[in-house]
Write a protein that binds this ligand. Sequence first.
Ligand code: PRT
Ligand code: ZN
Length: 305
Amino acid sequence: MASPPYFKVNIMTERLRIAVQKKGRLADESFSALKKCGLRFTIRGDGLLARVKNLPIDLLLVRDDDIPNFVSSGASDIGIVGENVLKEDMLNAKDPMSLTIERRLGFSRCNLCLASIDGGNIQTPKDLEGTKIATSYPGILGQYLSDNNINAECIEMKGAVELAPRIGVAPSICDLVSSGATLEANGLQAFATILKSEAVLIKTGQELSKEKQEIYDQLISRLDGVIRSKDSKYIMLNAPKSQIETISKILPGSDAPTIIPLAGNDDLVAVQAVCTENVFWETLEALKKAGARSILVLPIEKMMG
Ligand code: PRT
Ligand code: ZN
């Protein structure tokens, strides 16, 4: 007897998992970047998982320190984390982590700096020899000290590192700085930057299923559009025909601009271009000097190559 036909029905569509910080300095901008990629989701009070409504994607809402491990182990396929946390975790991991940095995201920028009492006797990295340094980043600091042949003792603190000099724990610190206000409020001054950090998208080293890889590729293509459109502007202006070459050279980060004739005017043309770099007031002044008129700079919301 012929066996009945069996149809393989995949009821459990695979969902790509993205680990993001639940709450903190990285969280809002991570959510915002994903929303700009068209992901629709709601973050509820104490949930650990947010389901994306319009794509097969789940967000794992976790502490930032756990993100590299989640991604390396494959518990999450990708993640958004600060390079400072990533590098520290990689240096402290027993086994090499299985992950790659796929994109730099340009937010949560900060510097990991060495700082000491303003006007005190530690003013350069060499002055650290034989002293104590308080930090939450013993891995990165330890590597910096050994790379620079400095013998100093790292005192690990989980938080409030900036208080260490005042309470006598250590005369200097190694901590994250963004505006510099915390250092200033504590009478400290930075004298060296040992790591420049920003949020990065990391991907597990483990192979993704075909289904997940497709979702990932779609997300990355949208993310690239978000990253590119961030600093990009659309410029429109009128210019004398004779000045097209000079004006094209001034337009920052644009390929060949579009040149359109103007009705009833043989000498003037309309120039339109996508500028992929920042357009400053100085750029507009230079364009005007070169003969451009009616200059408009418009934001670009989305881009796809
Ligand atoms: O709870 P969870 O573990 O998830 O969060 P967290 O408390 O460990 O981290 P969180 O939310 O404070 O920071 C998350 C990430 O944001 C960091 O790992 C960095 O990648 C990035 N980031 C960017 C910063 C800062 N800027 C920053 N300024 N993280 C911390 N700071 C702190 C710094 O430690 C210091 O205390 O802010 C103070 C200095 O700020 P300024 O502006 O006064 O210089
Ligand atoms: Zn943390």
